[in-house]
Ligand binder design. Structure first.
Ligand SMILES: [Zn+2]
Length: 130
């Protein structure tokens, strides 16, 4: 049997009722800087969004992040650098989404035109359709 160092941290939370529960989490439960804050640590989605934010102390930011995919939520303090990178990721994501949308619109139009041409060829479109 190997004796690994304790890689989990236990956080004791006291409920309003007075009961305490131990929440066991992996040693690094927050998104690692390498992954970026836009990556959900629970499901791996790249769509994590800031839900609430406010300036903390010493240039840090307090943010509530949420994953629209699995509804993972976290509230934590992040460094200015992490937040800057997160903002860049959000901009990239938005740009990706817009170009996807453009591609999809074009694909749909091409399909519509094909269908229209086919219908014309097959004499399926008659003057009374207009
Ligand atoms: Zn998720």
């Amino acid at each position: 049997m190997s004796h690994e160092p304790n890689s989990k941290s236990v956080r004791r939370i006291v409920l309003p009722s007075g009961r305490t529960i131990d929440v066991v989490k992996p040693a690094a439960p927050q998104p690692t800087p390498a992954e970026g804050l836009h990556v959900c640590p629970q499901c791996g989605s790249h769509l994590v969004q800031p839900l609430e934010w406010g300036e903390g102390q010493d240039g840090t930011w307090e943010m509530t992040l949420g994953c629209p995919n699995c509804h993972w939520l976290t509230e934590d303090v992040f460094s200015r650098e992490q937040v800057d990178r997160f903002e860049e990721q959000l901009d990239d994501g938005l740009a990706d989404m817009l170009s996807d949308l453009r591609r999809m619109t074009q694909a749909n139009m091409a399909e519509d035109i094909e269908r229209f041409v086919y219908a014309l060829d097959a004499d399926l479109i008659l003057p009374e359709d207009f």
